[in-house]
Design a protein. Structure first.
Length: 386
């Protein structure tokens, strides 16, 4: 370890976090890879957020201090800053965004000044860019994308110039590519993908030439794109198609961000595929299927972008008592060793260990466990050494 890093660690060691103010960037010093991680679940029907401490070794979840946390209304999706210090929530009922400061030792949430922040109609998807500078929200009710600049001192959000930005019809899922240059939104009712270039200084969005891109070659087909994900190498993009029970894949032009359909796609998925995650290694893709209550796992050909379902896939999310499982989303931890899936129908969350070599899933002992009422989205804090 170099002297500069030793100096940083010493400066924050006593007290451990006294010098760390709420912030979103990855440049803030985190002194131990064994610091607590936290999972946050948006409980759509309870109007609150459940917090869980994540055991770094086993992946087990323990109810967090002070959980659940209020200040949200019909929460759909949640996003944690790269630093693990700020949390943002899309409030589907009140057309706003709630922001919270995260206590790094306990995981407790404190509302950011001014929260909730005004947004578009029926916000659904939400994401933070990799630099921790901006938040982007897909507003399914008014067909727009809202952009916000993050105040690193307290987590307050301010609309970026030109926000909100026009999208297709009913944007649901939204993501920023790993380079932080492009925003992509899955338009559920117009069956296409809106793509934008990010102004690195202001966060403003400019639509990419050719956007929106048809979800499949047969443009007249109503596919119902739901959620969206990009590979760590920024080479490929995938979107789940709710109505046609498949996953569409695209190659990403490295210069322009434009999308070109992968020749071998779309790829068969389960019944009503909703959530999608790409492993940090870039080798596997995980798709959460609402109606069939299971998870499809695919190996990813990193040269072509083709997906192939692995042996023993799909995997059931499990049940608690007598209920109708209905999982919507999922989230991998930063290491890719664990996958967490909330179950909207059963008020539960399932957790799986991930085989790094094969991508196979194994339900962790004791799961599923209870969450709130109508859990929808989940986010995992991703503390890291800088």
């Amino acid at each position: 370890m170099n002297r500069n890093r030793l100096g940083i660690l010493a400066a924050v060691a006593m007290p451990l976090f006294a010098a760390i103010v709420p912030g979103c960037t990855t440049t803030r010093p985190i002194v131990s890879s064994a610091l607590p991680r936290f999972a946050y679940v948006a409980n759509q029907n309870d109007n609150d957020i459940s917090a869980f401490a994540v055991d770094y070794t086993s992946g087990a979840l323990t109810a967090g201090v002070g959980s659940p946390f209020t200040g949200v209304s019909g929460p759909r999706n949640v996003a944690v800053c790269p630093s693990g210090q700020l949390l943002y929530v899309a409030n589907g009922n009140t057309n706003g965004i709630s922001g919270y400061q995260i206590n790094l030792t306990t995981g407790t949430l404190t509302p950011a000044p001014g929260s909730p922040f005004a947004g578009g109609t029926a916000p659904r998807g939400i994401t933070v860019d990799p630099t921790g500078s901006f938040v982007y929200v897909a507003n399914s009710g008014d067909n727009t994308i809202s952009g916000y600049a993050i105040n690193g001192n307290n987590g307050t959000l301010t609309p970026v110039p030109g926000s909100p930005f026009a999208a297709g019809t009913s944007p649901f899922g939204i993501t920023v590519d790993p380079t932080g240059r492009f925003v992509y939104a899955a338009n559920h009712k117009s069956s296409d993908i809106s793509a934008y270039i990010i102004n690195a200084k202001t966060g403003a969005l400019t639509e990419i030439t050719g956007s929106p891109f048809a979800d499949v070659e047969e443009e007249e087909e109503n596919t119902g794109p739901f959620e969206i994900a990009v590979t760590p190498t920024d080479s490929f993009l995938y979107v789940t198609n709710h109505f046609t029970n498949n996953v569409a894949g695209f190659s990403i032009n490295a210069s322009s961000g434009a999308l070109t359909p992968i020749a071998s796609g779309p790829f068969n998925a389960g019944n009503e595929p909703f959530g999608i995650q790409v492993a940090p290694s870039g080798d596997f893709v995980y798709v959460v299927n609402r109606a069939s209550a299971n998870i499809y796992v695919y190996s990813l050909d990193t040269s072509t972008g083709a997906l192939m379902q692995i042996q023993d896939s799909p995997y059931s999310v499990g049940e608690i008592g007598e209920c109708n499982p209905s999982p919507y989303e999922g989230a991998l931890d930063a290491t890719g060793r664990f996958l967490y899936v909330p179950d909207n129908g059963c008020g539960a969350i399932s957790a799986f260990s991930v085989d790094a070599a094969t991508g196979a899933l194994t339900m962790l002992s004791g799961f599923p466990i209870a969450a709130g009422n109508g859990p929808y989205g989940v986010a995992i804090s991703r503390l890291r050494l800088d």
